[in-house]
Write a protein that binds this ligand. Structure first.
Ligand code: OAD
Length: 239
């Protein structure tokens, strides 16, 4: 059962800002990062696989890992949480969706204007120039046709800056929203994890959806899987 006060808050919301993390895609079969047993970072070394230094020292290894993850994400489907968030966009006056996920599942579910805070695993870029380059799923490590540098997955790695436009739009939405939903994220990786603090400073009502809640201070905590909680939210707002 959703708290009545939360439903009332959402009904009267002017601008809802949503931040999603790996937990939103868990029910589609995409592994999360930090869960003890099955999280990716429990089994793989992020310094080797998700840093510019790791890529420079062994690009083949990094590519193998990203091609494996890319195959995972193209072979799964959006789940009820992705679909519910796309529907929510039509039920409130303004909804800004910021995702830390690189799997394209929000877009495939129909969400519009998704802000990709950590890039997109399906888009490749030149390691030196950053320009977008189309590459095949298999074969040798692709090279940039312009400068000859290796091509890299278009995701944000540890130690790298968030794409400027994504950062600016997300900060603006967190500052402007009157409701902030944090869904399926461990809230450990900054600057994404700081968006809720910006929202709170600007008096937004804050809501966490996570079966294993992470932080104190949210006004509402829905201790449930996103694939259950989000459709419930949507149903409660549907005319
Ligand atoms: P994490 O793996 O750190 O956290 C996933 C969260 O999802 C945990 O708090 C889980 O309890 C929760 N969760 C699991 N199943 C869920 C479900 N069905 N419904 C709702 N929540 C569920 O993933 P992120 O917070 O997304 O960055 O990690 C942030 C960033 O760290 C990622 O974008 C990635 C990673 O390193 C980069 O690769 C740059």
């Amino acid at each position: 059962m959703l708290p009545e006060a939360l439903v009332d808050t959402l009904r009267s919301a002017r601008h809802v800002c949503v931040l999603t993390g790996a937990g939103v895609s868990a029910e589609s079969g995409v592994p999360t990062f930090r869960e003890a047993q099955e999280g990716l970072w429990a089994n793989y070394d992020p310094m080797q696989l998700a840093t510019p230094e790791g890529f420079a020292s062994d690009p083949k290894l990094v590519w193998e890992w990203y091609r494996w993850r890319r195959e995972q994400v193209v072979n799964v489907e959006p789940n009820p949480a992705h679909i519910g968030l796309a529907q929510l966009q039509d039920l409130v006056p303004t909804l800004t969706l910021v995702t830390q996920n690189v799997d394209n599942l929000h877009q495939r579910a129909g969400s519009r204007d998704v802000i990709e805070f950590h890039g997109n695993i399906l888009v490749d870029r030149c390691f030196v120039e950053g320009c977008v380059i189309e590459t095949p799923l298999r074969g040798d490590i692709p090279l940039c046709p312009g400068c000859g540098a290796p091509v890299r997955p278009g995701v944000v790695w540890f130690g790298e800056a968030i794409p400027e436009e994504a950062l600016n739009l997300s900060f603006a939405a967190a500052s402007d929203c009157d409701v902030f939903l944090s869904i399926g994220t461990s809230s450990l990786v900054y600057p994404a994890a700081g968006l809720v603090d910006i929202a709170r400073q600007n008096k937004a009502v804050t809501v966490e959806v996570n079966p294993d809640p992470t932080r104190t201070g949210f006004d509402f905590v829905l201790e449930n899987k996103a694939g259950t909680a989000i459709p419930e939210l949507v149903n409660s707002l549907s005319p």
